[in-house]
Design a protein around this ligand. Sequence first.
Ligand SMILES: [Zn+2]
Length: 570
Amino acid sequence: MLKRVISSSHRIPKWAVRSIVAVVTVLACGVLETAPWRESGVAAPAVAQVSPVSTRVASLPTPTPTLVVVATKRPTPVPVDDMPAKDVAVVEQEPVGFPPLSTYSESLRPEFQSILPNLSHLTRYDMSVEIFPARRMLKGTAVIALRNNSAMVWPSIVFRLPANHPRLNTDMQLERVVVDGLSVQPVLSPSATVATIPLASPLQPGNWARVEFTWFLGYEHLSDEGAYVRNGANQDMINLPHFYPELAVHAPGAPGTDAMGWWIQEIPQHTDIRFHETVLMTVEAVAPSEYVLVGSGAPVHEETVAHGRKRQQWVTGPVRGFVLQASPLYRVSSKNVDGIRIQSFYHAEDESVALRVLDQAAQALGFFSKTWIPYPYAHLNIVASPLAETAMEYSNLIQMGVMRYRSQPWNTAFLVVHEVAHQWIYLLVHNDPVNHPGLDEGLADLSYVYMMETVDQNFNGVRHLGYWQRLNEDFGSRFPGDSPWWLAHPYHDFRHYHATHYRRPAVLLGEIWAYTGHEAFTDKLRHYMGQYQFRITTPEHLIGVFQGSVPQERLTELEEAIGISAAPGS
Ligand SMILES: [Zn+2]
């Protein structure tokens, strides 16, 4: 389809060509989710054969009957749970054995380091991992201090092990779990992606618990250049956004949560995977010296250790988790924007496109940081990754599919702007990626039009949105029956998912942008981001900032669009 469109491009206006290019490139943040080795016919490599790593089937304990997904079709709005205002001002008790809050300041620009005292209630991770590429294995330990910031008493704490998700090419085995000095047997869900940690004494509101994990992660190594490897290794790249147990989001009453309020949602096809409380982290990784290690925090130390290996350390600011990547072939270039160090990690053969992507990211970061609320962090990394032609956003780190660099080197701008916008929309202000995917994807898609309208005088945003609208109508006309195509389940394919959760919300948001005008729309977004940064929002929170300044029927339609869940049966 792309070939046909381009070959006839002399007959359609220039803006339309640009729109078509954008449409083809919007497959960001979630695509090609089937296991690539099955599609390519390449035999599935064995998971690391190093004891005690074993297959997840062999390690499954008895399923717990308490893990029941709450499947409310139209969930009641719930208060944001991760940062209750009443708890922010004073935290009387600091976690024992953790560094002072000032430790995390290196990851923040100097003028934003003063936010840390107000974030003392956040969960803290202190992690140490060692990578063994020859054995396709990682060994990790983590000490996690977490505070019960809710009003509920917790008889147990829930962690997510997304590394065990069938979509990912990794397998995680918990070796040891200790809570406040006592060894604990976690209870795994049937998919082994949810680990419930029972507590000897229930955790009272306002109190801290100390959870220690030791684990092994085996990863598959694929050699197909076009493979999509969200968590695993491909060619020379080790890509591990999900290499550690992640504290589950606690949001009582929200979709996908259990009776105690923990998010135990099964991850369906197409959606993003990470749903993560804002946390503070210190991370240390040991790997063979020839590997270039990339982390999503600020690098603070590197040293050579025994046996041809090196140790590297990072600290983060308030982030949605940590990504670890490694390759012996990465080169790096960097530039500074307003005190933010932007680095691009890439292979030598991709240097020219990687440098252009660095410029595009710098421009987008500067634009959004000035137009919305300031980017508080001191770093942003752009990393060539085994994501085929797609891209993915994480805190302080954007993954760009290495095949995009090689097959469409002229076509990276949309992807870069979309992912940079996610640094605000999904990472500073977070949302459920399964039950409300349109909340962040619609805004991230619109952000490209919103930015281009401002920085490129030849760009016509309204016409661009009109073209997306016609694509939606054309797409919908192919669906028989009376019910709307955006409510049809299951999705026909990723294009159906994309039209539902990316392009349709983007068009509806764009209509509000056009109705209110750029300045008023920007003010509303600033208000939304300022009010909810480091917190988790639902569609109601975004709708709330437009209440009173936009006709109700427009808001009702938008709220329905960004509230559509991607979970089956929802
Ligand atoms: Zn996205």
